[in-house]
Design a protein around this ligand. Structure first.
Ligand code: ZN
Length: 396
């Protein structure tokens, strides 16, 4: 059997809800990933126009990719068929419905944006967890809610989605959105009152099936904006996920779900106060420890974990008032220690290099103070500084 020059009969084109079909294998090619099969007719939509391809089965084998190339539609399967085989194709309907919800919702939104602002949809991408649509102008941030509402109102109106091939004369009279210059018969998708667009994708029969459109974000993008959207099932799953988070926070804070924001704000304020109190207490405790240390050339103090780099620096400077050279560490065995090392007489950068080498550390800074971390145990740190003090004494 020869491959038709016109390519296969595209069953999804006139019957967008086709779920299974039979076809004849017209060509089989092998590549490094498996086999590519061309049919005389297919219900599988190939990736294109921003819409992802269909998955499903062909003769019981999984179809994992469908692409159009050279006027043919190639179905990727893991095993070969023989030319002339009759096979049954079954579309993964859950996936297709998801795609049609995303795609039809995008038509509504793009049609409304075009009518409201005159902006064109210049990019459309269906990802695994959302849809992005790019427009060539900036939608005012304050108008996104109204835009979202109008899109959903068009869903509630449950308007039929019409697909047709107008005659060339009728097409000339028609005003429609199009992403590229078109030749040959043009497939026009109409949602009365909202959108007229040239499109080869698959669509729902009526807008109500979209379920819902939610705008997640709007970011500036190439002189226009990029909207990230969730439609239908995905909007529903997202809502379920968010509600799960809110319910969890609500239970943890013993707050009503509608009042979790205020509860978290209170918690955050309380946390700030507690952090300050803790910081004050740690400083007091450190001062007492420092008072108890006899004046000497080198002081090394180990503190429990949790001191911030700013606190470490502050404590180290306080210790430097009592010794020529001082090091303060904060951490615990196993997790390692952060440190600040300062001196009023030495260039501590050289000393820091030796410290880092001896205690598997890293860090640096200025002549009088460096900060870093070491991957060593308390005992090793104490021994290192004890030896350093000994050397200092020997050198006297
Ligand atoms: Zn479309």
């Amino acid at each position: 059997m020869e491959i038709s020059e016109n390519g296969p009969e595209r069953l999804y084109d006139r019957a967008e809800y086709i779920k299974s079909f039979t076809a004849q294998v017209v060509c089989v090619k092998e590549d490094d990933k498996g086999y590519l099969v061309a049919l005389d007719r297919t219900g599988f939509y190939p990736e294109g126009g921003g819409q992802l391809c269909d998955f499903g089965t062909l003769g019981g084998l999984p179809v994992t990719d469908v692409r159009e190339k050279g006027g043919q539609i190639w179905h990727r399967v893991p095993q070969a068929f023989t030319q002339g085989d009759r096979v049954e194709g079954v579309i993964d309907w859950d996936r297709r419905l998801l795609m049609m919800q995303q795609h039809t919702g995008e038509h509504l939104l793009s049609g409304i944006v075009h009518r409201r602002y005159g902006f064109e949809n210049v990019g459309f991408h269906m990802g695994s967890d959302g849809v992005t649509v790019d427009f060539d102008g900036e939608i005012p941030a304050g108008e996104l809610s109204a835009l979202e509402w109008e899109t959903n109102r068009a869903i509630w109106e449950n308007i039929p989605v019409q697909v047709e091939y107008p005659s060339p004369q009728a097409l000339q009279q028609l005003s429609y959105r199009s992403k590229k210059a078109l030749t040959g018969p043009v497939r026009i998708v109409t949602i009365a009152g909202y959108d007229v667009c040239a499109c080869c994708g698959t669509h729902l029969h009526s807008t109500g099936e979209v379920g819902m459109v939610k705008i997640l974000s709007c970011q500036k993008h190439k002189g226009g904006v990029r909207l990230t959207l969730l439609m239908g099932q995905r909007a529903m799953l997202h809502y379920r996920q968010l509600l799960g988070s809110v319910a969890g926070i609500s239970a943890l804070l013993s707050a009503k779900q509608e009042e979790v924001l205020e509860a978290v704000q209170r918690l955050s304020q309380e946390n700030t106060v507690l952090q300050q109190q803790l910081s004050d207490l740690r400083k007091e405790s450190f001062c007492r420890r420092l008072d108890a240390v006899a004046p000497q050339k080198v002081i090394c103090l180990l503190e429990s974990p949790g001191l911030t780099p700013v606190q470490l620096r502050q404590f180290c400077l306080m210790a430097c008032e009592k010794a020529q050279t001082a090091a303060v560490f904060s951490g615990e065995d196993g997790a390692g220690y952060k440190y600040a090392l300062g001196s009023s007489v030495l260039d501590v950068r050289e000393m820091g290099k030796q410290l880092n080498q001896a205690l598997q550390g890293r860090g640096g800074g200025a002549r009088d103070l460096i900060q870093g971390s070491v991957n060593a145990r308390a005992e090793e740190i104490r021994r290192y500084f004890a030896e350093l003090s000994e050397q200092g004494r020997d050198g006297q």
